[in-house]
Ligand binder design. Structure first.
Ligand SMILES: [Zn+2]
Ligand SMILES: [Zn+2]
Length: 418
């Protein structure tokens, strides 16, 4: 017996309707905001992530699935979606097309993490990216899009939006100096991760989850007090638009996001329904990523949501999700009725209905049981008598009534009552 690899999960047919509901909503909402789908490879050259995601992040230093292919090249299973989209944008010369460039993706991504609830080694994301617009309206549109997606999935009431600005490289440099001065006297008492972040990226110390570190980080200087004039105006613009659009948020200085490429606006939608404030969707602006990867400077903003987390949230909140059922089961009582049932099923399918009929030579009783398991809305029973009359005895499985319906009126009958 070969088992599933640690940190991976099957999405079984009995649960798949939840995945479809989320994916269908993602596609429909993307459409309304003018975002089109992009599909990029599952693996890329390792260098794309070390340069794009940043080689000081946990994702790159500890969690990547990296291996040499048979040609001896180092390749990596994507740990997130943003870097691959940026690579595709540059490589295909898309900056020459219509701007802003707006895309979404539904992907699986890979991180070698210690598996825990809602955190898998292969996980799935819905993400969106918007390139070319540097004004606050682009940030506001990305946030409004994310907010609408979560509401339409059905988890809107259980999530809260936190936003922050982490400034630009210029004002952040000044802030990081202040932050280092603040942390320097306490470094001995902080965790090894924080000590290594101190030199490479001190802002990452702010979202350390170690209790011993939190007592220092909670008193640390705030980036918001160091924003330059341009960054401050930008952040005020984002907040004003969100307020006018009726999207509620709180400014939260502890939101820094885990990846190096962010600048200015960062945001997270969190929920308490999955235990202590977990992030359901996160994103922000990353104006330097494209130039880091060799493009001309191109402002960008985006977000990603974890699909497994959303499913856990739907379950935790008991959100009703529409499950697809069979419209009609065609039950033949004898060999010639079975054949007629097979042909009628084909006819109904041509008319757009979902049907099943017996493929296992089951008894009438066993067929009824099966139809019930399928959640069939109607069961059309055919026997010798029915074949002669050109009718089926159609049982409504919801209220147990039944009616005689002519074969040629069957599709219409079911559609009219569905
Ligand atoms: Zn700035
Ligand atoms: Zn720490």
């Amino acid at each position: 017996m070969i088992n599933i690899p640690k940190g991976t999960k099957d999405a079984l047919p009995s649960e798949i309707y939840k995945w479809h509901a989320i994916e269908d909503t993602a596609k429909a909402v993307s459409d309304r905001y003018g975002f089109r789908e992009i599909r990029t490879p599952v693996f890329e050259h390792t260098e794309l992530f070390s340069r794009g995601v940043g080689d000081t992040t946990d994702v790159v230093t500890k969690e990547m699935y990296t291996f040499l292919d048979k040609g001896g090249r180092s390749v990596t299973l994507r740990p997130e979606g943003t870097a691959g989209v940026a690579r595709a944008f540059i490589e295909n010369g898309l900056a020459g097309g219509a701007m802003p460039f707006k895309v979404y993706y539904l992907i699986s991504a890979f991180r070698y993490e210690r598996p825990q609830a809602g955190r898998l080694r292969e996980f799935h994301q819905f993400g969106a990216e918007l390139y070319g617009a540097e004004g606050p309206s682009a940030d506001a549109e990305a946030i409004a899009f994310a907010d609408r997606f979560l509401r339409e999935v059905g988890v809107g009431k259980a999530v809260r939006l936190h936003i922050n600005s982490i400034g630009c490289p210029i004002c952040r440099a000044e802030y990081q100096t202040a932050l280092k001065e603040f942390f320097r006297p306490h470094l001995d008492e902080m965790c090894p991760d924080c000590r290594s972040r101190f030199d490479k990226n001190p802002m990452r110390m702010l979202d350390c989850k170690e209790e011993g570190c939190k007592k220092f980080t909670s008193h640390a200087p705030r980036m918001l007090d160091y924003l330059c004039e341009d960054c401050r105006t930008h952040f005020e613009g984002v907040k004003a638009l969100l307020t006018r659009a009726g999207i509620s948020f709180e400014v939260d200085p502890s939101i820094v996001r885990g990846l190096d490429y962010y600048s200015r606006t960062v945001f997270e939608f969190t929920s308490d329904a999955l235990g202590a404030q977990s992030t359901v969707l996160g994103g922000g602006r990353y104006d330097t990523l494209l130039s880091q990867l060799g493009a001309k400077p191109t402002p960008a903003v985006g977000f990603a949501a974890g699909i497994e987390r959303l499913i856990l949230l739907l379950d935790a909140l008991a959100v009703p999700v529409q499950e697809k059922h069979v419209d009609c089961y065609l039950l033949g009582m004898d060999p010639s009725s079975r054949e007629k049932a097979f042909l009628l099923a084909e006819e109904l399918r041509s008319g757009g209905l979902s049907c099943e009929t017996d493929l296992m030579d089951r008894s009438v009783k066993a067929q009824f049981k099966y139809a019930d398991k399928l959640g069939a809305r109607f069961v059309a029973v055919l026997g010798e008598q029915e074949l002669q009359e050109g009718c089926a005895e159609v049982k409504d499985m919801q209220n147990s009534t039944s009616e005689r319906v002519r074969f040629d009126g069957l599709a219409q009958y079911i559609k009219g009552r569905n």
